[in-house]
Design a protein around this ligand. Structure first.
Ligand code: NAD
Length: 412
């Protein structure tokens, strides 16, 4: 039976625990979430009827700093998934060495079924319910799937109405509401740096390297744009409605115009149509899952024809697929480093908010690059030391840092 999302994260963690010969007391302390909250969200819909939704916030670990993690609106959101994503955030913030812990939240809802006003009411109700346990020095949410700068703006406003002006309670806000330059592109840009570093370590360059990207939202679309600017070949992209393929590379700026005009990348003129499943099996150098979790599994891992899997999404590879990839010599560039650009720039946004400063976009991007490159150095050193996969090495780096903080603060 395949492992569920939380079991998968713990499976990777256990490997790091073994390599570090971590005493049992630390294993229990590091694996166990600090707090799990489930809230019932009842709102009035525009037609006067009531909508009833379930929301979660899981705070996994705060030994290195306030809890930090995104907020997802999706019909598949459940406690198991949020627990797993919260734990991943703990290791991610440690890998890129930003002074936060890990958390995640979500509402089980298909936001496409709600109007803008209903979405705003739902967001405000969620803030109302979780406001006692969040705050600029306690727990700081951010965007994730189907949540964006506008949702973060409502979040900031609702919290501030209750507690006074508090821009640092949430990151990924609009620029006009104390957001940071460079935050929108940050996760995609971080993925670009990750790909560049891994290719460089193998004596390769971004120029001419082919990429297939599943998901054309915040992360996937920014990554496609930045790769194209640097001369990489984006051969396939997809979104919820389907995908497109062009072997010698898609014209990404024209694809953006098409997606803006039609609401989807599908049916882009001059490219072949392909399904989301087919996209994963495209022959390319780097496959980038940038949408949902668990899309690479036992059922399709043997058919993947990429040399690298760049995990822009959180948890896109099941433990079974991870094993198959390692047997087949496909290198997974793990989510807890690859997509850490978002939380890194969230840290810069929080820093600007708390210090009442404004950074230039160059300062944001240069600082992001430094965090990503430093993290790669630490991961590569661990791969050498323990002769392990990049994923295990990233977990070792994260676990070591969280364990040190936990030990210094004292467990009980
Ligand atoms: P988004 O909502 O902006 O975009 C999601 C994209 O995935 C859309 O193009 C959507 O059409 C597509 N999609 C949805 N369901 C799909 C399906 N079944 N098959 C194929 N495509 C599908 O979300 P995002 O912020 O870009 O997040 C994408 C992934 O990146 C998530 O796993 C998220 O956890 C992760 N992530 C996001 C950030 C961030 O800063 N936004 C940071 C770290 C990790």
């Amino acid at each position: 039976m395949p492992l569920n999302a939380y079991q998968t994260t713990n499976h990777y963690l256990e490997r790091a625990f073994e390599l570090l010969a971590l005493p049992e007391r630390f294993r229990t302390a590091l694996i166990t979430p600090s707090r799990e909250i489930r809230v019932e969200l009842i709102i009035e819909l525009d037609d006067g009827s009531l909508g009833h939704y379930i929301g979660y916030r899981v705070q996994h670990d705060d030994s290195r700093g306030p809890f930090k993690g995104g907020l997802r609106y999706h019909p598949d959101v459940d406690l198991d998934e949020v627990r797993s994503l919260a734990s991943l955030m703990t290791w991610k913030t440690a890998v890129v060495d930003v002074p936060f812990g890990g958390a995640k939240g979500g509402i089980q809802v298909d936001p496409r079924q709600l109007t803008r006003r209903e979405l705003e009411r739902l967001t405000r109700r969620f803030v109302e319910q979780i406001s006692p346990v969040i705050g600029p020095d306690t727990d700081i949410p951010a965007p994730d799937m189907n949540t964006n700068a506008q949702v973060m703006g409502w979040f900031f406003d609702e919290y501030s109405r209750r507690r006074g002006f508090s821009p640092a309670v949430v990151t990924g806000k609009p620029l006009e509401l104390h957001g940071s330059l460079g935050r929108d592109a940050a996760t995609g840009r971080g993925c670009l740096f990750a790909a560049r570093e891994v290719l460089a370590a193998a004596g390769k360059k971004l120029e001419g390297t082919s990429f297939a990207i599943q998901g054309f939202g915040n992360v996937g679309s920014w990554l496609a744009r930045l790769l194209h600017e640097r001369g990489a070949r984006v051969v396939a992209v997809s979104d919820l409605k389907g995908g497109v393929f062009k072997g010698d590379g898609l014209d990404v700026p024209a694809l953006f115009q098409h997606a803006r005009a039609t609401g989807s990348v599908s049916e882009f003129p001059g490219a072949e149509a392909l399904s989301n499943q087919e996209l994963l099996k495209v022959e390319c150098d780097v496959l980038v899952p940038a949408a949902l979790g668990h899309v690479l599994h036992e059922g399709n891992a043997r058919e993947i024809r990429a040399r690298y899997v760049l995990e822009a999404a959180n948890g896109p590879t099941t433990a079974e697929a991870d094993q198959i990839f390692s047997e087949r010599g496909i290198m997974c560039i793990p989510d807890i480093w690859a997509n850490a650009g978002g939380v890194t720039v969230s840290y810069f946004e929080w820093t600007q908010n708390t210090q009442k400063l404004k950074w230039s976009e160059d300062l944001v991007n240069d600082s992001l690059e430094k965090h990503m490159v430093d993290a790669h150095r630490a991961i590569a050193a661990c791969m050498d030391e323990y002769k392990c996969s990049m994923r295990t090495a990233a977990f070792v780096v994260g676990v070591r840092r969280v364990k040190e903080a936990t030990e210094l603060r004292g467990i009980g």
